[in-house]
Design a protein around this ligand. Structure first.
Ligand SMILES: C[S@@+](CC[C@H](N)C(=O)[O-])C[C@H]1O[C@@H](n2cnc3c(N)ncnc32)[C@H](O)[C@@H]1O
Length: 275
């Protein structure tokens, strides 16, 4: 099942599962950002592009019932899954509004200026106008509140070692296709977007991981390929033959204890709204 407001990676059950696994593999780094952004018991948090709610349920447990989480999400399927998840987990202080982040101010209405933390992970890289969304995120914060973002810069440095030409060809095609609607270098502009929104950048860091086939993080790209590569073939950016060669190269690497992959760098930017 896929819904009408499909984002680039699709909104279906397979993508929900991928997002869940991805969240587990990156949870440690997310928790570290939340701590540095000032998430505490009782915090009021806005989660932009919340997906099915994997982040929001963790945050809801951290802030407790004296705090609150408000997710914003454009996919009706993910929005429903978010509500089901919070109900099943008994976290009624985590709510969601279905809508487009470009309309953030309108969507949150009189909650503007009340949030301690606005957080977003792997969402700006899909947006048409990240600068406009960052301005609205800044307006959502209370004075002294923080905006924390995790996303990509230099995604096309994703490399398999030893190097394999078909791997690099497919990564180049993925990057080109993604950049037609989004921006896989979006964190390169984040300091400017934050400054133009009246925020002060207080931290800019990068998490650049490598993965070996024996490590859990190897599964992160492994679960991404079958989700996205068929879309790259469908769009005509690569042939099925190239995709098959790519899958074979990945299988060979998985069986090669000497192989490793250099993952795309995930940047972390934290900015404060002046008092
Ligand atoms: C890669 S997922 C990340 C989900 C979640 N932030 C996480 O890290 O697990 C990107 C999410 O952003 C949502 N999204 C993309 N563009 C959006 C927009 N313009 N407005 C609202 N949500 C959007 C997608 O539907 C998807 O749920």
């Amino acid at each position: 099942m896929s819904d009408s407001k499909d984002y680039l990676l699709g909104t279906d059950q397979a993508e929900t599962q991928r997002l869940g696994m991805q969240h587990r593999l990156w949870a440690e780094s997310a928790v570290s950002v939340w701590e540095r952004a000032g998430v505490r018991v009782g915090s009021h948090i806005l989660d932009l592009g919340s997906g099915p709610g994997f982040i929001a349920s963790d945050l809801a447990e951290l802030v407790g019932p004296d705090g609150s989480i408000l997710g914003i999400e454009s996919s009706p399927l993910f929005t429903q899954q978010f509500r089901d998840r919070m109900k099943a987990l008994g976290l009624p202080w985590a709510e969601i509004i279905e809508g487009d982040l470009h309309d953030l101010t309108q969507l949150i209405g009189d909650r503007a200026g009340l949030f301690d933390v606005v957080y977003s992970r792997w969402v700006p890289c899909f947006l048409e106008d990240t600068g406009a969304v960052v301005k609205q995120a800044a307006a959502a914060l209370k004075p002294g509140g923080r905006l924390a973002i995790q996303d990509y810069f230099s995604y096309d440095t994703l490399r398999l070692a030893p190097r394999v030409p078909v791997f690099e060809k497919v990564i180049a095609a993925i990057t080109k296709m993604w950049n037609q609607t989004g921006d896989l270098d979006v964190m390169g502009d984040m300091p400017r977007y934050m400054r133009e929104a009246g925020l002060e950048l207080v931290e800019l860091e990068v998490v650049h991981r490598i993965a070996r086939p024996s490590e859990p993080i190897w599964d992160w790209p492994t679960i991404f390929w079958p989700n996205f590569i068929p879309r790259v073939v469908e769009a005509g950016a690569i042939t099925q033959e190239t995709a098959d060669e790519f899958y074979q190269a990945w299988t060979d690497a998985t069986n090669n204890p000497d192989a490793f992959v250099m993952l795309p760098p995930v940047f972390e930017a934290i900015a404060v709204k002046p008092e």
